[in-house]
Design a protein around this ligand. Structure first.
Ligand code: HAM
Length: 422
């Protein structure tokens, strides 16, 4: 009658906690205009190996089905959602998809680490831009706020470590460089959890000085400027990307974010910005993690589709929440539009401020023309339009989408009592 190692029954109290997080996740997904779906729980083994190779077999449940097919249980939602989007050529971009449910991993069981657990997950597919990364981070920040958890967000970019390793391995062939890079990413990923001497011993095969240099790099923290100075002014592309992400997080009012070059993420599919969320001041395991992974959609034959997302461990959030109850529901939907690129940042900020007041808001992230934004907003109850002349006068235009009437409203008045205008 014993359960297999690492498996457990979820009792009523466990399930109540999971349902409280599910409720908050579904409400937050509506606030940010994510559509929910449930990708297949069983995949072809080859799909899960698309980016990671056969090494992933050690970390997942896989088996041969009765028809002789090699299949595996999903270990996250990202791979399944990316496979789905890659195969649905008619899907309209950008696509914002979310999922909530159980996943399986052959992890070593311990407190907060299980072989079957739940994840909440959001992904944005489409032409890559830093606003997508900022949007999923803001999503996580709002979700944890609704769950009553105080968190800190740590962001980095894989290219920082990659270019550091590239320079140290200039003398090696392509295979040697690839191996050194994989080892370096693994080492940086472990830097926060393991002792310096232990790591230097484990990675003594790396070229001279690289392991020591990586440990120093992994300890760089702060604003992008502070971290760049600590890292010795590393590659311009990655820093420009990090600065852009940073600026958008500031613009959206996401507090408690910092650059932490020790974040590289354990999964193989990331190709740009990476981030993790921790409960503030506890030093406990990550509540959520994510990043940009254009290489995965590329591996599924859609090099034209970029992707960024984030997922969190539901049981870990429940552990952190303790006995807190479920929060209140949110209302209908509003679109924030911008007349041109000049006022886009103001519009993104206004959207963040409205969401913070519980108004469910959609906004175009890709800088598309007003006409396209207006088309996309046709299903909304109200549109709030930010334009240069009105902005100069401290005003926005509120459009009733059904009655097709418009009124100028003071931006301060709108934020003070959104319910009166929306
Ligand atoms: P991940 O970091 O492997 O990323 O998992 C996300 C979160 O799931 C972790 O931060 C942690 O809270 C939770 N988690 C992971 N493993 C376990 C476990 N064995 N037991 C309990 N909780 C766990 C991903 O899964 C990516 N798919 C995230 C992503 C989305 N990247 C882009 N989009």
């Amino acid at each position: 009658m014993d359960l297999p190692r690492g498996m457990r029954d979820l009792g009523p109290a466990d399930l109540a906690g999971i349902e409280a997080v599910r409720g908050a996740f579904v409400r937050t997904a509506r606030l940010f205009s994510f559509e929910l779906m449930d990708p297949s729980p069983i995949e072809s083994l080859s799909t899960l190996e698309a980016r990671s190779g056969p090494a992933i077999r050690d970390e997942i449940y896989h088996f041969r089905d009765k028809g002789g097919r090699d299949v595996a249980l999903r270990f996250d939602f990202t791979v399944g959602l990316a496979r789905h989007v890659a195969s649905e050529r008619s899907l309209r971009m950008p696509a914002k998809l979310g999922s909530f449910g159980g996943v399986f991993r052959y992890d070593e069981p311990q407190r907060g680490r299980y072989r079957y657990f739940h994840q909440w997950n959001v992904e944005i597919f489409g032409r890559p831009c830093a606003e997508q990364e900022a949007e999923v981070i803001e999503f996580a920040a709002r979700l944890f706020e609704e769950l009553g958890l105080r968190v800190e967000v740590r962001i980095s970019h894989r290219a920082v470590v990659e270019s550091f390793v590239g320079r140290a391995c200039a003398g090696l062939g392509p295979e040697g460089r690839a191996r050194a890079l994989a080892d370096s990413l693994r080492m940086v990923d472990k830097a926060a959890k393991r002792g310096r001497e232990e790591l230097l011993a484990e990675y003594r095969g790396l070229p001279p000085g690289l392991a020591e240099g990586l440990l120093e790099l992994a300890s760089a923290r702060g604003t992008p400027d502070e971290a760049a100075a600590a890292a010795g002014g590393e590659p311009p592309g990655a820093w420009a990307a990090l600065r852009e992400l940073w600026a958008s997080l500031q613009n959206r009012g996401v507090a408690n974010a910092a650059v932490d070059l020790g974040i590289v993420r354990g999964l193989d599919y990331y190709s740009g910005a990476v981030f993790e969320v921790f409960e503030a001041g506890t030093g406990s395991a990550a509540l959520a993690g994510g990043g940009r992974y254009d290489a995965l959609t590329g591996a599924f034959g859609r090099g034209d589709v970029g992707a960024a997302g984030i997922a969190g461990g539901v049981e870990r959030a429940v552990l952190a929440m303790g006995a807190r109850g479920a929060p209140p529901p949110a209302a209908g939907r509003v679109s924030v539009l911008y007349a041109n690129g000049q006022v886009m940042a103001s519009a993104v900020r206004l959207a963040s401020q409205l969401r913070a007041r519980g108004v469910p808001v959609d906004i175009d992230l890709a800088g598309r023309p007003l006409r396209r934004q207006m088309e996309a907003a046709s299903g909304s109850r109200r549109a709030v339009i930010v334009a240069p002349a009105e902005e100069a006068a401290g005003q926005v235009v509120v459009r009733d989408m059904e009655a097709r009437t418009e009124a100028r409203v003071g931006a301060g008045d709108l934020l003070a009592s959104p319910g009166a205008y929306l």
